[in-house]
Design a binder for this molecule. Sequence first.
Ligand code: ATP
Length: 334
Amino acid sequence: MAVRSRHSDGRSATGTDEPLASVPVIQARDLAKSYPEGPAVRGVDLTVPAGQTFGFLGPNGAGKTTTIAMLCTLTAPSAGRAWVAGHDVVADAHRVRRQIGLVFQDTTLDQGLTAWENLRFHARLHGVPAADARTRARDLLDLAGLSRRRDSLVGTFSGGMKRRLEIVRGLMHRPRVLFLDEPTIGLDPQTRAQIWHHLHELRRRERVTLFLTTHYLDEAEHCDRIAIIDDGRIIAEGTPAELKTVIGADRVELRSSDDRAAAAQLRDRFGLHATEGEGSLRVRVEDGAAFVPRMCAALTVAIRSVTVVRPSLDDVFFHYTGRTIRETDQGARR
Ligand code: ATP
């Protein structure tokens, strides 16, 4: 395998546009943005390996959109540096733009054009040769499940169809990274699930890195890695499973014929302190699934139901911020 050196700024020493495979596709070092009203992003470090789905998670106003805007060259950082596909987002902004696709919160599709025309127009803007653009548009419409509607005006599409079209449009010029700002916001749960199905498929087929923001914690479970941002700072980063290990334990919820006796037996036989909540007893144990049969065998009271609750990203967010993401969002809306 050929080994090539790279400059300290992450660019290829060959001076070509081609990034090095070993270089993370996105890097940020102490990236910050301040407005006269105050700081929006307060020094963010990020390393995103190529080919991953990276989730940027945080409540309203946390700094997600501002960070994406800096990585996409739409806003100049006030401090720090960032590289996308090996190119500096300030010094090499035009090279960065060639390597990225963007899907914004608000649609930028032309509602008065057909799906096909929207894709072809985008291809022309990005200098994709016409023959290539035709094949590409056909493939991507197929991937988005929109082939049958290719000649319909986008204005007649549902919210989910527009989103799918917008996502594949961002891939027309074969970017290495697709940035998506809240790709599922405002969509119903079924459509959100469908968008995620398409995103997984696109990532697999196109080998593109997906960098997306969300404030839906359940959606962050779809990501390979997550960074949680709050008040302009990254407060935790890792895989969903890694992040959940900080919570450490499963919660076992038990409904029984005699909660007081059950609590005493849990204490005496397992040394566990049970808390009461919503009509059930709750204990924290390392491996809930393994504990349940032992518990059922040991308790002499009648057991009505047992539920094992795995640690969630809600628990993780609460652990780091002392708030649930919903409380934070409500605070931001007030
Ligand atoms: P949301 O999910 O609501 O889009 P976000 O996490 O993307 O939130 P940002 O949009 O990045 O958050 O905003 C971060 C902070 O920076 C907020 O306090 C916001 O008011 C502020 N901010 C963003 N853009 C500007 C601007 N152009 N001028 C002044 N303040 C701004």
